[in-house]
Design a protein around this ligand. Structure first.
Ligand code: NAI
Length: 327
């Protein structure tokens, strides 16, 4: 199938080429899909997208006009796609429902360890030959209460790792995961979790119910000194309110792999640009905030899994017009 692959970079292109072998004709572009780059999709039957591409209704209508019939998402999340419009136009959309939940969960743990044990600061001090320890005090994870919002594939891997640290697990989800019992996880209301937990990890999808799930009222309810980890989607929290509760000292810190306004920012070189986003500047000025640029998925295993399922979706469409991962 002739496919235009948007938002490809040096790290994922080899995996896609390897998975496609000679079965599909892939054309790669670093450009994300948006109102300017949609024209590039002319003459393609299918396109492949990543999490920051824009597949809103007007873009989908243009794609339909160009004859695009299939859109393969190289992500679990599909919050960037107007599924209703796609259905109306008869454009098939499939995602990668699972690749490596370990990649994301392990990154969440890495961020937590780095922030709590002040590893970034310690490296800076070591490089300056300053071996004083006064600014580097962390806390034990053992016996701490960890709240997991969204106890699906990634949430459960994160839970298992934190269980290994000796943490007490609290879960909040619309559906209880049967595996949670084995970890002695207790399901609670969102409020109870916010009030009790030392660390809260977001592992739910972004949709109309979870948009700004954590805002002013929720941050206020969180325990003083608590740490928030967000490897889900930036839109699940209200950044402005998070900043308020970090700056007033109520929250102990935040580990953020995703950011509300990351589209067009993350995945690109902006070294010589002025980033006119004061909230972003405030976030990375805070000593108790650790930011990574949406890289939680970035392991060889995850990239290979994403590529294989994306190509399998294209193959299934070209053979019988439907894929098991159609949304
Ligand atoms: P999953 O579908 O296995 O689990 C999501 C869980 O969230 C489910 O148990 C679901 O019931 C729960 N949930 C849905 N709505 C909820 C609500 N309103 N309140 C509480 N819980 C709710 O998905 P998976 O694979 O664990 O991925 C979770 C999210 O992680 C994805 O949707 C995606 O946004 C994000 N993600 C981030 C990556 C990164 O690189 N930072 C990479 C991959 C995924």
């Amino acid at each position: 199938m002739k496919t235009l692959v948007y938002s490809t970079h040096g790290y994922d292109m080899p995996f896609l080429k390897e998975a496609a072998k000679d079965q599909h004709q892939l054309t790669f572009t670093e450009s994300p899909l948006d109102s300017k780059t949609v024209e590039m999709a002319k003459e393609y039957e299918s396109i492949a997208l990543f999490s920051n591409d824009n597949a809103s209704a007007p873009i989908l209508e243009k794609l339909y006009g160009f004859g695009v019939k299939y859109i393969a998402l190289r992500s679990v999340g599909y919050d960037h796609v107007d599924l209703h419009t796609a259905k109306m136009l008869g454009i098939k959309i499939a995602n990668v429902p699972e690749y490596s939940p370990h990649a994301i969960a392990e990154h969440a743990v890495a961020m937590l360890m780095m922030l709590n044990r002040k590893l970034y600061d310690s490296q800076l001090l070591i490089q300056m030959q300053d071996f004083r320890l006064d600014s580097l005090v962390g806390f034990d994870l053992n016996n701490k209460k960890i709240g997991i919002i969204g106890t699906g594939k990634i949430g459960m891997v994160f839970a298992k790792i934190m269980n290994g640290f000796g943490c007490k697990l609290l879960g909040y989800d619309l559906v209880e995961n049967p595996e949670a019992k084995d970890l002695n996880m207790t399901y609670t209301s969102l409020v109870e979790m916010l009030e009790k937990c030392d660390i809260i990890s977001l592992n739910c999808p972004l949709n109309e119910h979870t948009k700004q799930l954590l805002g002013e009222a929720e941050f206020k309810k969180m325990k003083k000194g608590a740490i928030l980890i967000n490897t889900a989607r930036g839109g699940v929290i209200c950044t402005e309110s998070l900043l308020k509760y970090l700056e007033n000292g109520h929250l102990g810190g935040a580990c953020l792999d995703v950011y509300e306004k990351e589209k067009g920012l993350y995945f690109f070189d902006h070294r010589f640009d002025i980033i006119a986003d004061s909230n972003f500047a405030r976030l990375h000025s805070l000593k108790n905030v650790l930011l990574t640029g949406h890289q939680a998925f970035l392991t060889k295993e995850a990239l290979s899994g994403i590529a294989e399922t994306t190509i399998s979706n294209l193959t299934q469409w070209s053979k019988n017009g439907a894929s098991v991962n159609d949304l």
